[in-house]
Ligand binder design. Structure first.
Ligand code: KG4
Ligand code: ZN
Length: 364
């Protein structure tokens, strides 16, 4: 059994600057001693999306102070951590450089090991920290940059079963909001508007539904939303609510079909697994219609549905720290300080690149 391990985590791959201190106890459980996240939402909202250059500068401005704050909250100094874990991809290269270089500098100055962490692995392993989910399990990662269904076999062993062939799900929410004149980020705004709308007023497409492959496609949905809005222009608040409700309904039906097939495939692949689980991660996991659809699907198929708390579904440094701790506990080697950040870094190196895979700097 591994001894008690404490790590400093750093996350800077997109528009959140984050630092965390997490300890893994001898029994494998985790204690989060500090979890600090600074969102750059205000810096980017005027542009309707993340501006890489602004993001990188904001990370430079904030990171040192944030690490200080994390150490203070944990009531420790750098000499009390056993290692450093920093996101080294995928994501926006400027931000990754800031976080990884800072991690390297600390590792070098303190003579501690550095773990260069795949951001997607952080998302994928979070449910083990929060809910002790055992391998193997399925993760649906739905964020502004990714829509992936991944089989998690063990630490470092991932199989991508499905991905989007065009827009990520969060991106579809954001684009829909933009063309309806709703604020950025679009997901929460669309969800709020949908609450007062009629989900059956517009029959929006459900791409790839019925196909055996487990991939997703959302760009047609966005086009259909635009055509619907143009067809009834000028739109009233009720029209917007109805479009948003119908949009969410189409997404729920699409997820039901796609993920339903994923659960079936899991059951066929692991017929003896008596505790199968589906984990959801990423910003879109906050959406109640999405959660409810997945929850019902899991109940019908005998799967445990695990949705970590919202602040651990969106970008944070706790998940990066935890991914490092999982590696340490298995005596996996630390990284060489020459390690370079990677804007693209698929979890499953064998998965074939689909059209537009890794778009938008592979933000997750
Ligand atoms: O994981 P995340 O915070 O950031 C990255 O993409 O890395 O995800 C942000 C995405 C945005 O596209 C946002 O619109 C979407 O998650 N989102 C939502 C909701 N809250 C955030 N989408 C639908 N419903 C929500 N309530
Ligand atoms: Zn992410």
């Amino acid at each position: 059994m591994a001894s008690k391990l404490r790590i400093l985590g750093i996350e800077t791959s997109c528009d959140e600057t984050a630092a965390a201190v997490v300890t893994r106890m001898e029994d494998g459980s985790a204690v989060t001693e500090a979890d600090v996240v600074l969102s750059q939402l205000d810096e980017h909202s005027a542009y309707g999306g993340v501006v890489p250059e602004i993001a990188a500068r904001a990370h430079v401005d904030a990171l040192d102070t944030l690490i200080e704050e994390a150490l203070q909250r944990a009531n420790i100094t750098l000499s009390d951590v056993d290692a450093i874990a920093a996101t080294s991809g995928p994501g926006l290269i400027g931000g990754l450089l800031v976080g990884l270089m800072t991690g390297k500098a600390i590792a070098m100055a303190t003579n501690k090991p550095l773990y260069a962490i795949n951001h997607l692995e952080g998302h994928a392993l979070t449910a083990r920290l929060t809910d002790g989910v055992a391998f193997p399990y399925l993760v649906l990662l739905v964020s502004g940059g990714h829509t992936q269904l991944v089989l998690v076999k063990s630490v470092g062993e991932y199989e991508r079963w499905g991905t989007t062939i065009d827009d990520a799900l969060g991106e579809a929410f954001d684009k829909t909001a933009k063309l309806l004149g709703l604020p950025y980020p679009g997901g929460p705004a669309v969800e709020r508007a949908a609450a007062n709308g009629d989900p059956k007023r517009f029959a929006f497409p459900r791409p790839l539904v019925g196909e055996a492959r487990l991939d997703f496609s959302f760009s047609g949905l966005k086009t259909a939303v635009r055509q619907a809005a143009e067809g009834i222009a000028p739109v009233t608040d009720q029209d917007i609510a109805d479009i948003c409700a119908s949009f969410q309904y189409a997404i729920s039906r699409t997820l039901k079909d796609r993920i339903g097939r994923g659960l079936q495939r899991f059951s066929e692949t692991f017929p003896d697994d008596d505790q199968p689980a589906l984990v959801v991660a990423g910003g879109v996991a906050a959406n109640k219609a999405v959660r409810q659809t997945l929850d019902e699907l899991c109940a019908t198929n005998g799967f445990r549905f695990v949705a970590p708390p919202h602040h651990l579904c969106t970008d944070n440094a706790v998940m990066i720290a935890w991914a490092g701790l999982e590696r340490m506990a298995l005596d996996m080697p630390a990284d060489d300080l020459a390690v370079a950040p990677r804007s693209r870094w698929p979890l499953d190196a064998d998965a074939k690149a689909l059209l537009a895979y890794g778009k938008r700097g592979a933000k997750a």
